[in-house]
Design a protein around this ligand. Sequence first.
Ligand code: PRP
Ligand code: URA
Length: 211
Amino acid sequence: MQVGNAFIFEHPLMQHKISLLRNKETSTKDFRELVDEIAMLMVYEVTKDLPLREIEIETPVAKTKTKVLTDKPIALVPILRAGLGMVAGVQKLLPNARVGHIGLYRDHDTHEPVEYYCKLPDDVAKSTVIVLDPMFATGGSASAAISFLKERGCTDLRLVCIVAAMPAIERMGKDHPDVPVYCAALDEKLNENAYIVPGLGDAGDRIFGTK
Ligand code: PRP
Ligand code: URA
């Protein structure tokens, strides 16, 4: 299903795993494993347009022309903290991707993102950049991260989040209509603290067991 520039996955395996993720009884260990598995499943679809080049190889039976990915670098950019939980799953399918980090937290009162860390690969501007964050609530954090990457010269960007809410999709549509967004679930609304409802709670705390 497509809503604005967001693609919402409806695969049964993903829906099943997200139901487990949402359950408040799910342990930190299981939560972390589920985030890892969902991220791995999502990246299959997120990378469906990566460029290929033709090479010639020899199988045990014959010479043949076949396709491999081009040398265009791929950069994964998790938004700290919760985005870190998605990196290992994506790396299972993209083992050569470089990893950059952008640290943002939401101010408790304004819900606006505050940047506290940034370290990106040298060639990030030439890369296919996959921004990772499980939660896409107001969209402020993802939009700020993408603005920052554009300031660094990035043009080939995509955002991958597990649970999205409409305000975030609308905000990204206005701020970055050129950036495709991939989500595993679209939820109804935000509460007064800008948490996604029904959502899954605080993703960072549940991944790292900090509450
Ligand atoms: C969470 C989440 C996103 C952001 C989403 O991070 O991981 O980065 O909130 O909300 P938004 O779409 O309204 O910006 P948080 O600020 O809780 O920091 P943390 O990951 O360090 O816990
Ligand atoms: N950040 C989270 O971790 N969860 C939400 O529901 C919203 C922002």
